[in-house]
Each structure stands twice: as C-alpha cells, then as structure tokens.
Design a protein around this ligand. Structure first.
Ligand SMILES: NC(=O)C1=CN([C@@H]2O[C@H](COP(=O)(O)OP(=O)(O)OC[C@H]3O[C@@H](n4cnc5c(N)ncnc54)[C@H](O)[C@@H]3O)[C@@H](O)[C@H]2O)C=CC1
Ligand SMILES: O=C(O)CCC(=O)C(=O)O
Length: 425
C-alpha cells in the first residue's frame, strides 16, 4: 500500500501541469543567464488573461454557453501572437502555458512579437459548420477589446483552420468597419493568406529533423519515422518525410495508431483523412497511441497533444531523435531521462516555430499589401529555421545544457532585454 502511494506521489511530483513546468524552466534559464528575480517575476505569468463566456444559438434552437480564453504573455518585444485552439480539454492553465511558449518561440526565431494564445472549451467534431461559424464570430466579439493587428494577432491551432480564420477576420473587420487582413493569420489565400502557411509547421519540423539528423550522422533516406497526430502538422510532415525517402512506419490520431514496418502508404492516408486529422477509424488492425510511441524507429515526432512522453514511458522510447511538433508533448522529467539516454530532443519552442514564422510573413505581406511567391516564402523559412536550430544547438553546447533549456535561454533573454530597454525593470 505504502509503495503504491509513493509511486502515485512521484507521478504527481513529475507535474503534468504545463504551466508550472514552463515556469520552472524559465526560472532555470534566467538563472543561467544571471538575470535577477524581478525578471522571473515579470515573465512567470501572462501580463493579461481574459476569460469570456460566449452564448451561442445551436441548430436545434437551444442556447449553449461556451467558455473561452485569450492569454497575452509578454508584449515587451511587440504585439502578441499565437493561435486559437478549439478542444474539449482546453483549460486556463493550458492557454497560459501555450502563450508563454509563443513568447519563447517568437524569441527563438527572432520575430518582432511577444506570445499570446487563445482557446475555447468545445468539441468542433460534434458541431455543425453554422454553429462553428457563430462560435468563431462570438469569440472575436468577446475578445475584441484586447486583440488587433498591432495588439495581438491570432492564428490557427488544434481543431481550427483557415475557414475559422476567415470568419474571425470578417467579424473583426465588421466590428472595426474597415478591412483588417492583418488581424489574423492562417487565412485562405484569397483573403490575404500566405503561400506556405498551411504546410509551414510541418516544413519547420522537417528542417529541424534534417539538421538533427546531420548532427546524429543519420541519413534521412531509409530512416524509420513515427509521427503521433495526423492533423495539420503531422500529416504534411508525413508527406515531407515520405518525399525525402524516409520510411514512415507509424502514424496516429485521437482514436488509435497505424503501424507497418515496411512503411505506410502516406498518399492513401492523406487522401482518406478527414478535416480533423482522423484516419485510423477506417482500419481494424490498429495499435494504441501508447504502443506507437514505443515503436522501434530512428525519429519520433509527437505532433498531437501535450504530456505524451512522461517518466512512465520515456525509457521505452527507442528513437535516437525526438522532434516536438506538438506543444508540450514531453514533461521535464522525461526530457531529463531522454537526454541522459543520449536522445537528441529538439524542443517544441524551436521545432514548431515554422508556423508562427510564416504567420509573421503573412502579417508582413498584409501590412505592405504586396504578396510573395511560394518559393520566396520557402527560402525565407529555410533560413530562419536553419539559423535558429544552429543557434540553439550551439547555445546548448556552450552552456552544457539540453536543447530545451538552451532554447528557453534564447527566448527569455530577448524578452528580458526588451523589458529592460523599455525601462520596465
Ligand atoms: N497548426 C499549426 O500551425 C501549429 C500547431 N502546433 C501544434 O501541433 C500540434 C498539432 O496541431 P495541428 O496539427 O494544428 O492540429 P490538428 O487539429 O490539425 O490535428 C491534431 C491531430 O492530433 C490528433 N489528436 C487529438 N487528440 C489526440 C489524443 N488525445 N491522442 C492522440 N492524438 C490526438 C487528432 O486526431 C489530429 O490527428 C498541437 O500541439 C499544436 O499546438 C504547433 C505550432 C503550429
Ligand atoms: O501562427 C501563429 O501565429 C501561431 C501558431 C501557434 O499557435 C503555435 O505556434 O503554437
């Protein structure tokens, strides 16, 4: 009985609370850089957090009230930026943590933004298009006081897409009575979206995988890749890995996972997946998400939700490279275990920054009213990601820390210096 209790206590100690563990790493990063306690006091919490209640008329005539959030972590560097998530498990703490990661991401890839994030507790898989449109517009009306093209610029995240961005942009433009494409990114091309935004997160992850493989002396041709999640990030990544000659042997979604040691037929799966990134429900011979993570492979990419690699399963991970496309998939304790085992872990705040980088390109194009070709976007993204990877890798070497702490040091330093120059500290 005593032993069972201790195991339980250990699990709780590992802290699956993303917000607390993010604070812990920021503190460590600022300490390493020699910043005083005041800097931690400023960066440990978002500067602004709005909770909204959104009444929506459902198709059956009833009214349902949804809870939503918008968190703005730090606006010393510039306007805040970050996606809006529609998911049943959205919570205040999760949105806060996600907004801190956005600040770090923007610092790591050197964008002129602070971090923001939003979320609504809902399950879009169970809502009609009309209900989703009313909810998207209702959210914009509810948070309109604190968002805007030079204040806080939303974008897509889990279970939100370019259609939802279009409704949100339209609602904001109606409220302000002028067309405001720069209010939101991830829009359809015809409404001022950017070439390459839809695939940007996966492109950024691909570039990180290429750089990590070079460091590990692994050739991508023939490398065995496992990807958790088959939505925007995971599905395009599967395609890019397949095109690079890698063998994608496992993929998953919220309902299960598919495995084939000879490589899955990615084009077929892409063709059959639905708009929520679901494809495994079409098959009977599935494995679980837990089994997927433990598959024998060279490269593992969590590209779904948070807290997937924990102290419980970190020892079972067989990959020598883990690249985090998802936000927060690995706990602090699991990061320590993987690093001790010699696994090269490329952290979320670097690996998934391709999305916000092309969102920045979209915002720049909206502001200047002049649009770039697909090649121009791809070339600029390539440079940003390669430089940021190398900067983080070298920082980790120089300070003898893992890449997550190195990335946090780079991101935190930018916010700390901007706050200092503004005279806040
Ligand atoms: N879309 C973007 O531009 C960016 C996304 N990310 C992160 O990448 C991750 C995935 O995002 P997207 O691909 O955009 O979302 P998405 O909504 O397009 O796809 C999510 C995928 O995860 C799966 N999933 C959902 N719940 C799951 C569960 N409990 N277990 C296993 N799989 C589950 C879904 O079935 C789907 O395949 C998230 O952590 C997101 O924050 C990070 C940066 C940018
Ligand atoms: O594209 C953006 O502005 C933000 C994307 C995002 O939410 C993320 O990187 O987690």
């Amino acid at each position: 009985m005593g032993i069972i209790k201790d195991v339980q206590a250990d699990k709780e100690k590992e802290s699956l609370n993303l917000f607390q563990s993010t604070q812990t790493i920021i503190k460590e990063a600022l300490n390493k850089l020699g910043y005083s306690e005041e800097f931690f006091e400023l960066l440990k919490e978002p500067v602004r957090m709005l909770t909204v209640r959104i009444p929506i008329q459902m198709d059956d005539g009833s009214v349902k009230v949804f809870t939503g959030y918008r968190s703005q972590h730090n606006d010393a560097v510039g306007p805040t930026k970050g996606g809006v998530r529609f998911h049943p498990e959205v919570s205040e703490d999760e949105v806060k943590a996600l907004s801190i990661w956005m600040s770090l991401k923007c610092g790591i890839v050197n964008l002129p933004y602070g971090g923001g994030k939003g979320g609504i507790i809902c399950d879009p898989r169970e809502m009609s298009l009309k209900e989703l449109e009313r909810l998207s517009r209702g959210y914009v009306r509810a948070v309109s006081q604190i968002v805007g093209p030079t204040k806080d610029i939303p974008a897509p995240d889990v279970f939100t897409n370019s259609q939802i961005m279009a409704w949100m942009m339209d609602e904001y433009s109606r409220l302000r009575e002028f067309d405001s494409p720069g209010f939101i990114t991830g829009k359809p091309l015809v409404l001022g979206g950017s070439h390459g935004r839809e695939t940007a997160t996966a492109r950024g992850v691909t570039i990180c995988i290429e750089e990590a493989a070079k460091k590990k002396g692994i050739s991508l041709a023939g490398a065995r890749v496992v990807i958790q999640g088959f939505g925007n990030a995971g599905s395009f990544l599967a395609k890019f890995m397949h095109d690079a000659g890698a063998k994608v042997i496992g993929i998953s979604d919220a309902y299960g996972a598919l495995y084939d040691a000879d490589g899955l037929d990615i084009d077929y799966l892409l063709d059959r997946r639905d708009s929520f990134g679901t494809v495994t429900t079409l098959f009977t011979n599935t494995i679980t998400n837990k089994e997927l993570l433990a598959l024998d492979c060279d490269i593992l990419v969590p590209a779904a939700i948070s807290n997937q690699i924990t102290a419980e399963n970190a020892h079972q991970i067989k990959a020598s490279i883990v690249v985090e496309a998802a936000n927060g998939p690995t706990t602090i304790e699991a990061t320590r275990i993987l690093t001790e085992r010699g696994v090269l872990l490329v952290p979320d705040v670097l690996a998934s920054a391709g999305g916000v980088t092309v969102s920045y390109f979209e915002w720049v194009q909206n502001n200047q009213g002049y649009y770039w070709s697909e090649e121009e976007v791809a070339e600029r993204l390539q440079k940003v990601m390669v430089d940021s990877f190398e900067n983080t890798f070298q920082t980790a070497l120089v300070h003898n820390v893992d890449m997550r702490l190195a990335a946090y040091m780079i991101g935190s330093r930018k916010m700390a210096e901007a706050s200092r120059f503004r005279g806040w500290i």
